[in-house]
Design a binder for this molecule. Structure first.
Ligand code: ADP
Ligand code: MG
Length: 359
């Protein structure tokens, strides 16, 4: 390897013609061996950033630094990277083994070494039985595995993947997700994986970069981002769909903080709220899994009415309306026994409530 694995992205910007500011002041430090996921909605600049790291796209300003060396002017083939895209291109008339070996051939590596490396990588990706086939005879998942094998065989210092599983069906996607994670761990190659799918981000990344509108919103471990989202965008994008968000007010009384939610007052305890300088009109959010059924005599129970109940057998999503309290969604165990139209008592776990300044 000529790249050990430390990657730094420093104040990187990309303008496309027509004043499109696709990537804005991007700053990131990635350590050797990390599995980094770039996640964000379509058009947020993920591919552009990845292509700048690869050297396939010019950098308008800022620097991409590999092992401490600025590589802005280094052509892709000298960056020690391998890439896998959504629309992987295999050579249709070549056998699988020749497709996989192709990058080695380009490097003028001898036949014996090539065959050894193909056997190695084919075993890792369970492609042994397919080596003599042509790519036309392969399923979508097998093709994607061949594309991975071909990218890996050069033993790159940096592995870049742009939505590599987007064209596969859900079951295969889950399988390949696990294979990629296992493979990356085994090889210890610094990896950047681009996706718009927050489940892939949460399950694959050692750290996740959440991007929106070309701007890095938050960079952290999945747990950090789930527990302490930097802003409402991140809170809504990562974790649960049906995030509950309200305009509300934080009021203090004898050192105790309360949130007002319609007629209800939710006690917030004392933890750290003063330090964050939050007061007055704010936005409050709570994930639906942090709203729970409560006993009617629970002093903090809130009475609501079930409007819709969706029970998947694994969990129940309960859409709630209230007379003097905003609507909310609760996700609870599948054994939840309520019915649409019924009244129900619920409780918000105060330590799970997320507070944001109104922007
Ligand atoms: P993502 O991969 O997150 O979907 P992209 O990096 O492809 O986002 O695109 C980011 C923004 O840059 C979008 O607004 C897109 O339309 C624009 N863009 C991407 N490629 C080009 C290009 N070659 N010329 C002009 N605009 C582009
Ligand atoms: Mg893209």
């Amino acid at each position: 390897r000529n790249f050990a694995g430390d990657l730094q992205i420093s104040k990187v910007n990309k303008w496309y013609p027509g004043d499109v500011h696709a990537v804005k002041d991007m700053d990131m430090e990635i350590k050797r061996g990390e599995f980094i996921v770039f996640v964000g909605p379509s058009g947020c600049g993920k591919t552009t950033l990845l292509r700048m790291i690869a050297g396939l796209e010019s950098i308008s300003s800022g620097e991409v630094i590999m092992d401490g060396r600025t590589v802005n002017q280094v052509p892709p083939k000298n960056r020690d990277i391998a890439m896998v895209f959504q629309n992987y291109a295999l050579y249709p008339n070549m056998k699988v083994k020749d497709n996989i070996a192709f990058p080695l051939k380009m490097q003028h590596i001898g036949k014996t070494e090539r065959e050894k490396r193909v056997a190695e990588v084919a075993q890792k990706l369970e492609l042994d039985a397919l080596l003599e086939r042509k790519q036309g005879a392969l399923s979508g998942g097998q093709r994607q595995r061949v594309a991975l094998a071909r990218a890996m065989i050069r033993k790159p210092g940096l592995f870049l993947m742009d939505e590599p599983l987007a064209n596969l069906d859900a079951k295969l996607r889950t399988e390949m997700r696990r294979e990629i994670i296992t493979l990356q761990r085994e090889l210890g190659v610094t990896t950047i994986y681009v996706t718009h799918d927050q489940t892939e981000a949460m399950t694959m990344g050692t750290r996740i970069a959440v991007i929106s509108g070309g701007v890095l919103q938050q960079f952290g471990t999945p747990q950090e981002i789930y527990r302490n989202p930097a802003n409402l965008f991140v809170a809504g994008f990562i974790g649960s769909p049906n995030m509950n968000v309200w305009d509300t007010e934080l009021i203090s009384n004898n050192g105790q903080h309360y949130l007002t939610l319609g007629n209800a007052r939710i006690p917030m305890g004392k933890s750290g709220l003063d330090a964050r300088g939050l007061q007055g009109p704010i936005k409050a959010g709570i994930r639906p899994e942090h709203i729970v059924p409560a006993a009617p005599d629970d002093p903090h129970a809130v009475r609501m009415k079930i409007s819709i109940l969706e029970n998947t057998g694994r969990e129940a999503a309960v859409f709630l309306t209230g007379a003097d309290i905003p609507d909310m969604t609760m996700v609870t165990g599948a054994d939840f026994s309520g019915r649409a139209g019924q009244e129900v008592y619920i409780r918000l776990k105060p330590e799970k409530i997320l507070l944001f300044n109104t922007e």
